[in-house]
Design a protein around this ligand. Structure first.
Ligand code: FAD
Length: 315
């Protein structure tokens, strides 16, 4: 274990043997063509070796993309030891289509859903669907769950939601986002994963504001190891979040891909360390299906893994 990192429960007076290891999860992107399919399968095989607690599978309502999400989830369930967390967006959907999708997830063996609204259509007259916000999707998921308690052996689905360390582009204020997060918890969310951020203070401030507002669910930092300016630019386009000038400059002036890779990995590792020092209960890595950088971050952090707790029993 890294001497620089303090795992959350160590700060409290919990005996070391009872400390829960931090959660580890990766975000995977369903492949859109054959080449991408090879790279996602390579990423899955490599990431499996680090024993993540779950991998999340992104979702889009476009029919072929939705099909690829379901295919990837099925592959994870049938052919790997990885537990999928299925993303689901409600924009453009009816209550009935969402009900069907949640039941499809259950039938595939999914036991965790990340309930999202999704981005609104660019066309103001575009179909926004029947549920205006993510909290209504959470409620719908809980309704489906109630009808399927037998399938779940009396258990429950884990429902995650998005949290924002930077104000959401449509939101009037950061505080409004915090109130929205509280609303999602009240609708039945069990945990939150943050949108990407680059300044460790942003995560600390989000958690402090959320706790002050009454949010109690775990807020897991979502971190991206990024090693090209092209990807930084794309990310800014997708999220509106400006990367730090220093990171941009370092990547731009680096002499080789290896150097850029090292810069991106180091940056993500330091961000994760700071989040753990601030009490983060786990780490979610946005992989862009590039497993090398994510695995290097994990290696450098030397995270204790949940699976290691089980292994002594089989020795
Ligand atoms: P909401 O929580 O519904 O919030 C959307 C907006 O509405 C916010 O501005 C909020 O402040 C406002 N709002 C919410 N409730 C109310 C209310 N009652 N009254 C007034 N305003 C309100 N997108 C995808 O398409 N596919 C994915 O797989 C995907 N995965 C993601 C994973 C993570 C971890 C994160 C952080 C985001 C992901 N997104 C994904 C992006 C997400 O769909 C967008 O950020 C989207 O614009 C908002 O989704 P949300 O679930 O946060 O929506």
């Amino acid at each position: 274990m890294s001497t620089a990192t303090v795992w959350p429960a160590q700060a409290a007076s919990v005996p070391p043997t009872l400390i829960a290891p931090p959660s580890l999860s990766y975000e995977l992107y369903p492949p859109v063509h054959r080449d991408a399919s090879d790279s996602v399968h390579e990423a899955i095989a490599a990431l499996e070796e680090s024993h993540p607690d779950y991998v999340s599978v992104t979702y889009s309502g476009a029919p072929h993309r939705r099909r690829e999400s379901l295919r990837l989830i099925e592959h994870l369930v049938l052919n790997t030891r990885l537990r999928p967390l299925a993303h689901l967006t409600c924009v453009g959907e009816t209550r009935e289509s969402l009900d069907v999708l949640v039941r499809q997830f259950l039938a595939l063996g999914v036991r965790g859903v990340l309930a999202l609204r999704g981005d609104l259509p660019a066309d103001p007259d575009g179909d926004r669907g029947e549920l205006p916000f993510a909290r209504y999707l959470i409620e719908l998921i809980r309704e489906v769950e109630d009808r399927h308690t037998a399938t779940l052996a009396g258990g429950r689905l884990a429902v995650g939601v998005a949290a924002y360390a930077h104000k959401h582009p449509e939101s009037p204020s950061f505080q409004h986002d915090v109130e929205v997060l509280l609303g999602k918890e009240r609708s039945g969310a069990n945990f939150a994963i943050t949108q990407v951020y680059f300044d460790p203070e942003d995560y600390r401030k989000l958690v402090a504001a959320a706790r002050a507002a009454g949010v109690t669910i775990p807020i897991i930092p979502g971190i991206i190891p990024i090693s090209t300016t092209a990807r930084l630019k794309r990310l800014t386009g997708m999220t509106g979040i400006q990367p730090p000038v220093g990171l941009w400059h370092a990547l731009e002036t680096a002499g080789s891909d290896a150097e850029r890779h090292a810069i991106g990995t180091r940056f993500a590792r330091d961000l994760a360390r700071r989040a753990f020092d601030d009490g983060a209960p786990g780490l979610h890595l946005y992989t862009f299906n590039d497993h090398r950088a994510s695995l290097e971050v994990i290696e450098q952090l030397d995270l204790p893994r949940t699976r290691e707790l089980a292994l002594p029993h089989f020795a």
